[in-house]
Design a protein around this ligand. Structure first.
Ligand SMILES: [Zn+2]
Length: 385
């Protein structure tokens, strides 16, 4: 079996398996006799004909020919050059015998021809990495393009969630069905955004597997956003000199008991109050609540437990009781406590040692409303989650 230009023109060489490519290379270029003549009427001597001579193959090791099309081709470019703009040596064939020397010289000095010749020379001899065929490379490129697109879409969805969080808007609507007039803030915001963003619009129309608007995805995005915030808070607490906690337990809309935890610390001279997370509480006794808090504090304060200089709770006996409340239990174990309620923060400053950072530390600040809202009221709970 020998290579034929017509067969090579039919198949896409780049998509062939490596083994087949190597076979084609080993078979070599087709160099048939070509019935090609060209009349030249421009000479004074009158009309004469140029004929194809086979020694052109010997002089130019890259030229091949097609006996059916009666034309010449470049073997390396025929195999490796995919640009449709350069057709003469790769698709239609060269027939211009009058200008053949100039055209040969021009082509063999072109950058693209040199690259194709190198690729052909390396085929089957280079390392495995170099042999990754272009079909495989194309797949990688396509995959990366899809990843870029998915990231773009996810960013749009995250921005919509952030928007709702900033304005304290609940994500869910009471009726999110297709024909509902009010599908909830998040769905309506996504629809509105898609009117301004054709990529998002196309995605919402055509996606069957992952639209990004389900309640599960919303919950996962909220959890991921909280995790990112917690990483930052963790780093800041590690660098902080002091730490205070504020905790309160409550029952949510689906009657689950949970405790909210807020950290207070100094970061770059500024007081920070950060919502940490909601702790799921099963044991509502002082012992159970204290254990719950310690599980959160433990990893944060493992190297410096004395960093905790204040804990504040509401006035309920189970939290602040002096004989067995959460506050006492936390104090007894590894930390020492200073305060019993948030209001005590106001006069705590005067009772503290004369330390500049401590005096800043006990100054009143704003609340942690935004993050609290983001994770609590927007997150779907109970049966609907
Ligand atoms: Zn070429």
């Amino acid at each position: 079996m020998a290579n034929e230009v017509q067969n090579l023109l039919k198949g896409e060489f780049s998509r062939l398996p490596l083994a087949e490519k190597i076979i084609i290379k080993s078979l070599g270029r087709p160099i048939p006799n070509i019935n090609l003549t060209q009349a030249d009427k421009s000479t004074k001597a009158g009309c004469f004909k140029r004929h194809f001579k086979k020694d052109i193959y010997n002089k130019n090791k890259w030229i091949c020919g097609c006996g059916t099309l009666n034309a010449l081709f470049c073997f390396p470019c025929l195999l490796f050059y995919s640009d449709a703009a350069e057709k003469t040596w790769t698709r239609t064939g060269f027939k211009d015998l009058k200008h053949i020397n100039q055209k040969i010289s021009k082509h063999e000095n072109s950058a693209r021809h040199m690259i194709c010749s190198t690729e052909l020379a390396l085929l089957g001899t280079a390392s495995i990495a170099a042999q990754l065929d272009s079909a495989y490379r194309q797949n990688i490129i396509k995959h990366n393009e899809q990843v870029d697109k998915n990231r773009y879409l996810l960013k749009r969805i995250i921005n919509c969630i952030k928007f709702c969080g900033k304005l304290e808007l609940a994500l869910r609507g009471h009726d999110e069905s297709e024909d509902s007039e009010n599908r909830g803030i998040f769905r309506e915001l996504i629809n509105f955004t898609s009117e301004l963003d054709t990529i998002l619009k196309e995605h919402l129309k055509s996606a069957t597997l992952f639209k990004g608007t389900s309640k599960t995805v919303q919950n996962e995005i909220l959890d991921s956003m909280l995790e990112v915030c917690q990483q930052e808070i963790r780093q800041q607490i590690n660098a902080a000199e002091f730490l205070a906690i504020q905790c309160d337990e409550t029952t949510d809309i689906s009657h689950h008991c949970q405790m909210v935890m807020i950290f207070r610390y100094l970061h770059e001279g500024e007081i920070q109050e950060r919502f940490w997370r909601f702790l799921s509480v099963t044991d509502k006794t002082a012992e159970g609540l204290a254990k719950c808090i310690e599980e959160e504090l433990g990893p944060l304060l493992k190297d410096s437990p004395n960093k905790l200089i204040a804990q504040t709770y509401d006035g309920a006996n189970v939290m602040s009781g002096s004989s067995g409340g959460v506050q006492t239990k936390i104090s007894e174990r590894s930390f020492y406590t200073l305060l019993r309620s948030p209001t005590e923060l106001n006069y705590a400053e005067s009772s503290q040692p004369k330390s500049k950072s401590k005096s800043v530390f006990f100054k009143p600040v704003g609340n942690s409303k935004f993050l609290l809202q983001l994770h609590a009221q927007m997150r779907f709970i109970g049966k609907n989650s």
